[in-house]
Design a protein around this ligand. Structure first.
Ligand SMILES: C[S@@+](CC[C@H](N)C(=O)[O-])C[C@H]1O[C@@H](n2cnc3c(N)ncnc32)[C@H](O)[C@@H]1O
Length: 212
């Protein structure tokens, strides 16, 4: 029995838990130090997304669980002709999103977009809060059109315990998320990454790259 099947009972995002998570992030939005609205574009997480998604001119892109839109801000600057949407559970996070982004309140587990609405999507440190991970991955893949690209950056389950985490948070091994993405995508790979390209990864962050 795999990890996700074993956790299935506990995996469902109930209305109560969803409210608790949303309230926690509404409060966290006041903490600019730990939940910043900007990011240094040289950080490898940003570089990798820019590189893997390629030329976004005229393309629709989803930042899934965008928080204050720090990644979307860089993408919008680099690709002024892209149409970037940012979705987050916490409306107070979205208030910080740059005006160039279409901000939308909602849940990763129930995306308010039609099938294939986007050419690309990415989720940075948000899937780990989605609780119903299978469903959130299925939703992200559903709203990306065939041939579109997906990047997920989250933390490695093998390093669990290294940081303080709320009770709903989940981290994943490379294989666990690869397996889920393969249900919906043709090509899937993953790699360990660090903040800086010239610093060897310490195994905490993983980037999953997929093509639908
Ligand atoms: C650690 S922050 C990361 C934000 C952003 N991706 C970034 O890297 O700056 C996690 C974000 O996920 C959002 N989130 C948590 N559960 C969510 C869900 N079910 N659907 C959408 N967003 C969710 C939170 O509100 C929060 O803004």
């Amino acid at each position: 029995m795999n990890f996700f099947r074993r956790k299935k009972q506990a995996a469902l995002l109930s209305a109560d838990l969803r409210r608790r998570i949303r309230e926690s992030f509404e409060e966290a939005s006041r903490d600019e130090e730990h939940f910043p609205s900007t990011i240094d574009p040289r950080i490898y997480h940003v570089q990798l997304i820019l590189e893997f998604l390629g030329d976004l001119a005229g393309k629709r892109v989803l930042d899934a669980g965008c928080g204050k839109g720090r990644f979307a801000r860089v993408l919008a600057e680099r690709h002024p002709r892209a149409e970037i949407s940012g979705l987050d559970l916490a409306e107070s996070m979205l208030r910080f999103a740059p005006p160039a982004i279409q901000a939308c309140a909602g849940s990763l587990t129930d995306l308010p977009f039609r099938d294939g609405a986007f050419h690309a999507a990415y989720a940075t440190e948000s899937l780990e809060h989605a609780v119903d991970i299978e469903r959130a991955v299925a939703e992200i893949c559903r709203v990306v059109a065939p041939g579109g690209r997906i990047v997920i950056i989250d933390k490695n389950a093998e390093k669990w315990g290294r940081l303080e985490t709320p009770d709903w948070e989940k981290w994943f091994t490379r294989r666990q998320l690869e397996r889920l993405l393969r249900r919906h995508c043709r090509r899937v790979s993953s790699r360990f990454i660090s903040y800086w390209e010239d610093v060897p990864p310490d195994g905490l962050f993983i980037a999953w790259l997929a093509e639908k």
